[in-house]
Design a protein around this ligand. Structure first.
Ligand SMILES: [Zn+2]
Length: 143
């Protein structure tokens, strides 16, 4: 399945290839303090690939907090947060927001509550390496 999504104004967009064709898309409604404020619900396909296109990199704010090991990519024009990335051992991993999906994929999203508050940093990074999208390309079109 090819899932497209992005922010509201079109500055940040993504294409997620999800093999094989999913019958449902498990998603995690994260209870961290940032995701609580934003209604963050995330998904990833470890075998998938993600291409992110940024029209105006100057209009993307990258926000970190806590262990500072993940970056939330926030469109500073419309305020939407379509993806989170984490660089681990020189590889870029990502999850995408199911709220930023466009098209039919939203109908097969199955959200569940998730809490990662008890993890130490090593466990957190190991989980991301297992579960997050490991084939991520970010294309910046330039200002
Ligand atoms: Zn935007």
């Amino acid at each position: 399945m090819l899932i497209r999504g992005g922010c509201h104004c079109g500055n940040l967009s993504f294409a997620l290839h999800w093999p094989p064709e999913p019958t449902e898309i498990p998603a995690r409604a994260c209870d961290c303090s940032f995701c609580t404020k934003h209604g963050g619900v995330w998904t990833s396909c470890p075998a998938g690939s993600l291409e992110v296109t940024v029209d105006q990199p100057g209009l993307v704010s990258r926000y970190r907090f806590g262990t500072r090991s993940a970056e939330f990519h926030i469109c500073s024009r419309c305020g939407v947060v379509p993806l989170v990335t984490s660089r681990i051992d020189d590889r870029l991993y990502a999850v995408v927001s199911v709220n930023a999906f466009e098209g039919g994929a939203q109908s097969i999203v199955r959200p569940a509550a998730a809490s990662f508050a008890g993890e130490d940093e090593a466990a957190r990074l190991a989980r991301r390496k297992r579960n997050w999208i490991a084939d991520v390309r970010i294309v910046e079109r330039g200002a």
